[in-house]
Design a protein around this ligand. Structure first.
Ligand SMILES: Cc1cc2nc3c(=O)[nH]c(=O)nc-3n(C[C@H](O)[C@H](O)[C@H](O)COP(=O)(O)OP(=O)(O)OC[C@H]3O[C@@H](n4cnc5c(N)ncnc54)[C@H](O)[C@@H]3O)c2cc1C
Length: 489
C-alpha cells in the first residue's frame, strides 16, 4: 500500500501529522531537515542566516535610486512572500509546516483587502473540466482542503467554526434543453474522472432545492462532495496558525508596506525586497500579488510581461437571511463559460454600452457558516477600479430572482440594513490558468498568481506546488502547464 504523509498546523499550537492512502505516490516528509533541501543554488548572501531563525541584522537609513525610505531596517528570511491574499498566506503556511525555513509576508495593505476578501468560498469541481490543465491542481487542492478540515476535526475543533467549512454539495442548474445536454455530459465526464456526480431531473431537483424555480425544462448536475469555506474565517485561521511560528522566530508579517523595489546583488540576482520601512532579504522571493503581479513586476524593473489583469467582481451578501431555504450551493449552468473571456455578455439589451459589453453576471448562491446568503457574481474589465456599482448589484439581485421566485417578492432597497456588497479584483490570465513558477533568468524569484475566480479552491495545491519547487522536491502534480515560459514575454 502506498502511503503519503502530510502535516497540518492548528492554531492551538499543535502540529498534526496525518496520513492518507488516497494521495499520490510521493513520500513527503513533514519537515525538511535543513536548508540544503532548497535543492537549488540560492544566491550567496554577505550575511549569514541560520535557517529557522529570523534576525534583524541592523537598522539604518538607506537610499535607493528612485525611492527614499524614511528609515529602513534590514531583516533576513529564507523566504519572502509578496502578497497576503489567500495565495500568499497559504504559501507561508506551507513553508512553515513543511520545512524549517523562516518566512516573511509583506502586503501593501492587509490580507482580505484584495480579491480574497470578496471570495464566495466555493471549493467546487462542478465547473471544472477533467483533462484540462487546471484539473489535477484543482483535485489536489480540494483534497488538501478536505484533509485540513479533517485534521481540524481530529484536534477536537470544528471546521465550520474555524474555516466556515461546509460540505453542502453543489448544483449546476440548467433551464434549456441545450443546457441539460451539457449537464448530462458533465455528470458522465466527472463520474468517469472519479467524482460523485448525479443528474437530477426536474422532479428530483425540486425535492433537493424547494426554493428554486423548477419547470419541466429544468435539471441539474449534482456533486454531493463539493464543499465551501468562508474566506474571512479561513484567512483568520491561517494567519493565526502562521503567527504561532513568529514565537519561534520563523515568521513575520509586514502589513501596510507596499513593495517598492528589489535590491539586486552584484550578479544581478534579487537579494531583497524593499518597502518604505524595511529591507527584507530573502533566499527565495515569491510574488503572490494577485492582479497587481504584472504591474508590480514591471515596477520592480523586471523585463517580463505578465499578462495578468484585474477582473472586477461584485458579490451581494444578505446577512442572517432566513427567507430562503438553500440546501446546497448553486450555480447556473452558464457559469461554466462565464469564467472564460470569450463568453458573450449575458445582458441582452441591443443598446448595450461598451461597459455592458465587457460585463457578465452569472447566478451563484451559497449560504455561509453564519447564515448569510451570498449571491454572485459579476465579471468585468474596468482596470483597477473597485468602486461599488449599484447597477451591477441590481443585475445580481434580478438574476437571482430569476431562479428564486421568493426573492422577486422582496425589494432589495428594503434589505439595506442587512445588505453588504463585496467588491474584488480577480487576477485574470487570458489562458485561464495561473502562472506558477520561477521567473526566467531569476532563479530565486517565483510567481504564484492569476487564479481568477478559483484562487480559494486552488490555494493549497498552489502552495504545495511552489514549496516543492523552492525546496527542489518532485511535485505531486505536473507543474509544467503553469510555467511562465511561453505565457509571459
Ligand atoms: C466576487 C468574487 C467571488 C469569488 N468567489 C470565489 C470562490 O467562490 N471560490 C474561489 O476559489 N475563488 C473565488 N474568487 C476568486 C478568489 O477570490 C481569487 O482567485 C483569490 O482571492 C486570489 O488570491 P490572491 O492571493 O492571488 O490575490 P489577492 O487576494 O488579491 O491578494 C493579493 C495581495 O497582494 C497585495 N499586493 C499587491 N501589490 C502589492 C505590493 N506592491 N506590495 C505588497 N503587497 C502587494 C495586495 O494588497 C493583496 O492583499 C472570487 C473572487 C471574486 C472577486
Amino acid at each position: 500500500m502506498i502511503m503519503a504523509s502530510a502535516s497540518t498546523f492548528c492554531p492551538n499550537g499543535t502540529l498534526h501529522r496525518y496520513t492518507s492512502t488516497s494521495l499520490s505516490t510521493r513520500g513527503c516528509p513533514a519537515f525538511a531537515s535543513d536548508s540544503t533541501l532548497f535543492g537549488l543554488k540560492l544566491p550567496h548572501k554577505s550575511f549569514s542566516l541560520s535557517v529557522g531563525e529570523t534576525r534583524i541584522i541592523r537598522t539604518k537609513s538607506t537610499r535607493f535610486s528612485g525611492f527614499n525610505p524614511i528609515s529602513a531596517s534590514h531583516q533576513a528570511f529564507d523566504v519572502v512572500i509578496i502578497g497576503a491574499g489567500i495565495i500568499g498566506l497559504t504559501l507561508a503556511r506551507q513553508f512553515l509546516i513543511e520545512s524549517h525555513l523562516s518566512v516573511a509576508v509583506v502586503d501593501k495593505c492587509v490580507p482580505c483587502s484584495g480579491a480574497t476578501g470578496a471570495g464566495q468560498g466555493y471549493i467546487w469541481m462542478a465547473h471544472k473540466t477533467p483533462g484540462s490543465d487546471i484539473w489535477d491542481l484543482a483535485m489536489r487542492s480540494r483534497k488538501l482542503w478536505e484533509m485540513l478540515a479533517e485534521s481540524i476535526r481530529e484536534k477536537g475543533l470544528d471546521p465550520l467554526v474555524e474555516l466556515g467549512w461546509k460540505k453542502t454539495g453543489s448544483l449546476l442548474v440548467g433551464r434549456t434543453p441545450a443546457e441539460l445536454d451539457v449537464l448530462k455530459k458533465r455528470v458522465k465526464q466527472l463520474r468517469e474522472a472519479g467524482l460523485k456526480a448525479e443528474y437530477l431531473c426536474s422532479s428530483d431537483l425540486v425535492e433537493e432545492e424547494p426554493s428554486l424555480l423548477v419547470d419541466k425544462e429544468s435539471g441539474a448536475a449534482f456533486f454531493p462532495d463539493d464543499c465551501q469555506l468562508d474566506a474571512h474565517h479561513t484567512v483568520a485561521f491561517i494567519e493565526k496558525a502562521n503567527r504561532y511560528f513568529a514565537s519561534k522566530g520563523r515568521y513575520a508579517e509586514f502589513y501596510h508596506e507596499p513593495v517598492k523595489c528589489f535590491i539586486r546583488g552584484r550578479n544581478g540576482e534579487v537579494e531583497a525586497v524593499q518597502t518604505l520601512k524595511n529591507t527584507l532579504y530573502g533566499k527565495a522571493i515569491v510574488v503572490a500579488a494577485g492582479c497587481w503581479t504584472g504591474s508590480l513586476i514591471h515596477d520592480l524593473g523586471i523585463e517580463l510581461h505578465v499578462p495578468v489583469r484585474p477582473r472586477k467582481g461584485h458579490l451581494l451578501v444578505l446577512e442572517n437571511f432566513d427567507s430562503l431555504q438553500l440546501n446546497h450551493g448553486l450555480m447556473e449552468a452558464g457559469y461554466i463559460n462565464h469564467q472564460t473571456i470569450n463568453s458573450p455578455p449575458t445582458l441582452s439589451s441591443s443598446e448595450q454600452s461598451d461597459h455592458e459589453r465587457t460585463l457578465s453576471v452569472s447566478m451563484t448562491a451559497t449560504l455561509d457558516a453564519s447564515g448569510n446568503l451570498l449571491l454572485g457574481s459579476s465579471r468585468e474589465f474596468v482596470g483597477f477600479n473597485t468602486e461599488l456599482d449599484e447597477s451591477i448589484v441590481n443585475y445580481i439581485w434580478d438574476r437571482a430572482g430569476d431562479f428564486f421566485p421568493k426573492l422577486k417578492r422582496l425589494n432589495l432597497s428594503d434589505l439595506s440594513g442587512s445588505r453588504k456588497v463585496r467588491v474584488g479584483l480577480r487576477p485574470y490570465m487570458p489562458d485561464g490558468k495561473p502562472v506558477i513558477g520561477p521567473v526566467p533568468g531569476l532563479s530565486n524569484v517565483y510567481l504564484a498568481a492569476g487564479h481568477e475566480g478559483g484562487g480559494l479552491s486552488l490555494a493549497l495545491g498552489t502552495a504545495e506546488m511552489v514549496t516543492d519547487m523552492v525546496l527542489g522536491r518532485h511535485g505531486i502534480i505536473d507543474n509544467s502547464p503553469f510555467a511562465l515560459q511561453g505565457r509571459c514575454s
